[in-house]
Ligand binder design. Sequence first.
Ligand code: ADP
Length: 352
Amino acid sequence: MRLPPRVLSILQFAAIGIAMAAIFVADTGTSYEVAAAVFYAIVILIAARALGRSGLAALTAACIGLTVLSFWLTPHGDFHAGLINTGISIAAIVMTAYLVITMQAARTAAHLAQAQLMRMARVKSLEGLTTSIAHEVNQPLAAIVTSGHASQRWLAQEPPNLDKARQALARILDAADRASSIIVRVRSLTRGAPAHKSAFDLNQAILEVIALAQAEIDRNGIVLQTDLSLHLPHAHADRVQIQQVIGNLVLNAIEAMSAMPAHSRVLQISSAASDGTVTIAVADSGEGFPPEMHERLFEAFWTTKPHGIGVGLSISRAIVEANGGQIEAYPREGGGAVLRFTVPGLLQEAPQ
Ligand code: ADP
């Protein structure tokens, strides 16, 4: 059974409190020669998972305070030995806290780097698409603006030069046609982007993406549930592209849950085999979307996020289709969304 994060942290704090009280009683009750206070270092090690930097600093101060208080209250033993033992205990507590805080800082830096990497993988695929669209479409747009100004001038003349204005309008229509055919071409380019297909273990590919997203998942307090079929045929597709799609869906799911209360964020990632294909589903307990919106999600530049671009899912669909699969979105039972896509599978079973 998995305990809710709130209950877990209450239990952790209770355990830390009980351990500190037990060490204090032992340290005060035994003679000066027994350095029970060094066990505070273990408390700090255990608390490292539950506390941040300032929490650890406060805990360290509390442990030092209790050590000094115990020394003060201890009724018997060699006073000099007690002084030395108290010094050793405080040194052990401070050193442990210093090491734990340094390790935490290193771990945070590693997590940030991972999140950055994940975003870069996403931005990289967007970058190529947006640059080519901007480059290609800019020229006809500039022509439209120039001809628009020209036709305004021809119409403003007294009498208006209707012939010239008509020619300028014809140029505008030409340029608009050109822009729209460029967009069609760019779309077909992304659809037909050559996929380097090979046979690969899809579960392994999913686990690699999860490892990359783990820091982001933890940072958002999300409970991750995986249900990866053990009897999956190898997938036959472009491994890197498929991982990009999974990463994209996972990031969308994390973003969709950001407004939900922390204890209700659940991300489910599953794989299954059916009729020669393998299916990957990414489900979340986020805000979801109205059922009639399920097709709009895949439209390029359709976004409900204030800083969204709205091309993640349209690129994901282009990639999945280029690899011979299909992608769909539907509401999750109990709230949230499910994004599911298929990838062609090899007929023989993957070696276990
Ligand atoms: P962006 O993330 O930049 O908005 P996407 O193409 O990835 O672009 O997504 C388009 C829109 O689809 C999002 O703005 C959001 O409204 C919706 N969407 C995508 N994934 C989810 C999800 N897991 N739950 C709810 N809505 C989603």
